[in-house]
Ligand binder design. Structure first.
Ligand code: ATP
Ligand code: MG
Length: 222
């Protein structure tokens, strides 16, 4: 398919014979689309994002991203592929506590082997944090920390953005700021996969997939 960016075929993850958090998924996602994933706790949402995000490998099946079968890559190739193609935003921000906002973003550049301070400053300005460059995470609010994560996720211009409950720890106001940023990224052509427990947020995208026990229970356009 011309505009397909992600294809999952027979995707299965099993931890032991009784735990099969992802169970034979067959899904294809279009370039530039926002897909939301919902489902009860333990239904496999994070496991699925980790598989697409090259943080984990499946037990069975294949994953194609941007035409590359990532399930064939070795560990080093997978890490390189992730840095070039995927931005990750987590519910827990995973910022380095002793580095400033600017340094946290620059560290992502460092791993991509191009360090450009003015680009990192621009990324933080884009998420409204131009006045917080030298603050360490402990001196930032939860919403600000999540925005640093978004700046960090975007610094390498990934085509795909994976967000696991990105507003889960935020109040309404900060949640709205983060969602508006994600809406803008969607407009700019990024492909977005967002996990949420909030049905209103689940309907903000183009498509909603519901998981139950690692299988798709519903797949609808919004
Ligand atoms: N490393 C692991 N080893 C064994 N079982 C695991 C492991 N990671 C996850 N699981 C199990 O896989 C299932 C799916 O977990 P997952 O984290 O994907 O759920 P989730 O849908 O993201 O839930 P939540 O909404 O609570 O975040 C759960 O039953 C979980 O206990
Ligand atoms: Mg989860």
């Amino acid at each position: 398919m011309v505009n397909e960016i992600i294809r999952l075929k027979g995707l299965t993850k099993l931890y032991d014979k009784d735990t099969r958090p992802i169970n034979n998924l067959n899904v294809s996602m279009m370039k530039g689309a926002w897909t939301s994933i919902m489902g009860p706790s333990g239904s496999g949402k994070t496991t699925l994002l980790n598989l697409i995000g090259c943080l984990d490998s499946p037990s069975e099946g294949t994953i194609h991203i941007n035409g590359t079968e990532i399930t064939k890559l070795n560990r080093n190739q997978l890490t390189k592929f992730r840095r070039e193609n995927i931005g990750l935003i987590f519910q827990q921000y995973h910022l380095v506590p002793y580095l400033t906002a600017l340094e946290n973003v620059m560290m992502a550049q460092y791993y991509h082997s191009v360090v450009d301070e003015s680009e990192a400053v621009d990324a933080l300005k884009r998420v409204g944090l131009g006045h917080r460059l030298t603050h360490v995470p402990a001196h930032l609010s939860g919403g600000e920390q999540q925005r640093v994560c978004i700046a960090r996720a975007l610094i390498n211009e990934p085509s795909i953005l994976l967000a696991d409950e990105p507003t889960g720890n935020l109040d309404q106001k900060n949640g709205d700021i983060v969602l508006n940023l994600i809406k803008e990224l969607r407009k700019d052509g990024h492909t977005i996969i967002l996990v949420t427990h909030n049905p209103t947020i689940g309907r903000l995208g183009d498509r909603l997939i519901k998981l139950i026990d690692g299988k798709i229970s519903e797949d609808s356009n919004c």
